[in-house]
Design a binder for this molecule. Structure first.
Ligand SMILES: [Zn+2]
Length: 308
């Protein structure tokens, strides 16, 4: 008999709720608005409503829900509370999982969204297969990462892999980062960094347009995309000698838009820079999870017991 879980993918403007099976099928979906101005109490009310709807859908289908998994765009502290969220400040200090657990009397797990994404990729992704040590690098507006070792999340700092988007790849001092550092991978290869670099060349473009322009032969945009891929490879070279993954999966919206040539360049650069012992075996692949990635990751926390 298949097992089912509710996945809750929380974002800065909306939260999505899904009823998912252990094969990754999404049987029901709903969403609610979130936002910078929302208070913790307002957000919790929205979350309760979303979970209630997903549970009602499970009842209609006569399936039993094993629990609720939450992917949160923030760190989760030792007490299980949301920490350091810039997008949803109303939730800082709120132990969302515990609140929902006592309300619905179901197991509720909560992880940083990139950690949940790594978990989802490991269990649902088509590349994970026999991987024992998978590094998931999420390249979206920002860059984050998660590492799964023998089916478990590696917790290095902040309850997760820390901030691998902020490994230094450019020591020139010309790439100030939003974290306060300078030369971070995120400052040269993330969605926001690509937009800013294009602007400095007099081009107003979102990442999708930058990669489309690059593919269409626009020389400056092609160089921008190539440099982002090279820096990603340099960042991966550092991460690989530390964590020794056998598989790197590039996820997130910007990686999906960047596509296969970006992946190839990043993999080539990784192999050219990292010690062969660490770089010879590792494969770099693009995530195929698509828009359901967040829900899959959240549900995987329950279906494959990442937390606790
Ligand atoms: Zn940084």
């Amino acid at each position: 008999m298949s097992r089912y879980a509710i996945g809750m993918d929380v974002g800065g403007t909306s939260a999505r709720f899904g009823l998912l099976s252990e094969t990754g099928e999404v049987l029901f979906q709903t969403s609610c608005p979130t936002g910078l101005a929302a208070t913790g109490a307002e957000l919790l009310d929205q979350f309760r409503q979303g979970v209630r709807e997903a549970l009602a859908s499970a009842r209609d289908r006569r399936v039993t829900v094993s629990g609720v998994g939450i992917a949160m765009p923030a760190f989760v502290d030792d007490q299980g509370a949301v920490a350091g969220s810039c997008n949803l400040p109303g939730l800082n200090g709120v132990a969302v999982a515990r609140v929902l657990e006592s309300e619905f009397r179901l197991p509720v797990g909560m992880e940083n969204d990139v950690s949940a994404g790594a978990y989802g990729e490991y269990y649902f992704g088509e590349h994970a297969g026999s991987s024992r040590r998978m590094l998931f690098l999420s390249i979206g507006t920002g860059i984050g990462g998660g590492m799964i070792v023998d089916g478990k999340l590696l917790r290095v700092a902040q309850g997760c892999l820390g901030d691998p988007g902020h490994v230094i790849v450019d020591p020139s001092g010309q790439a100030p980062c939003r974290c306060g550092g300078n030369g971070c991978l995120e400052a040269v290869a993330s969605g926001w960094a690509l937009v800013e670099q294009a602007q400095r060349m007099g081009i107003n473009a979102i990442p999708r347009e930058i990669f489309e322009g690059a593919r269409a032969g626009h020389a400056a945009l092609a160089e921008l995309a190539r440099r982002a891929a090279i820096y990603t490879g340099v960042g991966l070279a550092t991460l690989c000698v530390l964590f020794n993954p056998d598989l790197v999966v590039l996820g997130g919206g910007v990686a999906a838009e960047a596509g296969e040539s970006f992946r190839r360049q990043a993999e080539r650069t990784l192999r050219a820079h990292a010690v062969p012992f660490f770089s010879r075996q590792v494969k770099v692949r693009l995530s195929q999870a698509g828009p359901a990635a967040g829900l899959l990751g959240a549900a995987a926390l329950i279906l494959f017991q990442a937390t606790g």
